[in-house]
Write a protein that binds this ligand. Structure first.
Ligand code: OOG
Ligand code: MG
Length: 251
């Protein structure tokens, strides 16, 4: 077990940040740390429920100073339903961001170069990120090791995919509100040009770094706007044509 995986695991469980790693290595070893970190959670009884992409929009890359698409893992313990309040005291410095969720309809065979990740539904979503590094500052290596800051997520109403979906979800207005006040605004086109491009990006990274993607999994496409701090109150994402979803933070 790597030292960094242990430190990150403890930081998450005790809600106390650690310093950035001083000895980063290649991206592959950052994913090895992430796999160990998630394996510890699974050993404690958590169930993997999907994957999330990070830095798929220029807005996020600029905010965090990282410009490579990354992938993290979601477990059932991170899933909160919209009616549940999120206890902020279990987190270090949570931020919230608007997302689109896709639902995977078939197991993805990553050994097959021609295989595609198939989806059968999409939904508005919110992701709560919580870097385990002090001041939310990290390198590419650090953030991959830290399971891409994944902390919690909420998914709204699913809409079934049909032939009109690619046009329907292209270039839709995305807004992020805190207690009803708009704090960020963007477009779904900010996600790699078109949110469906997130699926191809996920295929690439899942193949390169051995991520299983299974039927029923959730795939978060990456935020279209910068993330904002989540405090007491209600955060909502609204995406035209797609819907609205909220979460309430409570200290
Ligand atoms: C890393 C996670 C990035 C996204 O949607 O781009 C991410 C971070 O910003 O801490 O989830
Ligand atoms: Mg995100």
């Amino acid at each position: 077990m790597s030292e960094l995986a242990l430190l990150l695991d403890k930081a998450q469980r005790t809600a106390s940040p650690i310093s950035r790693s001083t000895n980063p290595g290649p991206t592959r070893s950052a994913y090895d740390v992430q796999h160990e970190l998630v394996a510890r959670r699974v050993q404690r009884g958590e169930r993997p429920v999907g994957i999330k992409l990070g830095f798929t929009s220029a807005a996020k890359m600029k905010q965090m100073g990282v410009s490579e698409v990354i992938i993290g893992q979601l477990t059932d313990a991170m899933h909160i339903d919209a009616a549940t309040r999120l206890s902020l005291s279990t987190l270090i410095h949570p931020r919230v961001e608007p997302e689109i969720a896709f639902r995977v309809s078939e197991d993805f065979d990553r050994a097959d170069d021609a295989a595609k990740i198939k989806i059968d539904a999409f939904a508005p979503a919110l992701e709560i990120i919580d870097s385990r590094y002090a001041d939310f500052k990290f390198s590419l290596f650090d953030v991959i090791a830290d399971n891409t800051s994944a902390a919690a997520f909420v998914v709204g109403e699913w809409i079934l995919v049909d032939a009109s979906t690619p046009d329907f979800i292209a270039d839709q207005v995305v807004t992020l509100e805190l207690d009803g006040v708009e704090v960020e605004k963007g477009t779904t086109a900010a996600i790699l040009g078109h949110p469906m491009n997130a699926i191809g990006a996920a295929e690439k990274v899942a193949r390169a770094y051995e991520f299983p993607v299974r039927r029923g999994d959730i795939l978060l496409a990456g935020a279209a706007t910068p993330a904002v701090p989540l405090r007491n109150g209600v955060a909502s994402a609204s995406i035209s044509n797609i819907g609205r979803v909220s979460v309430e933070g409570m200290s």
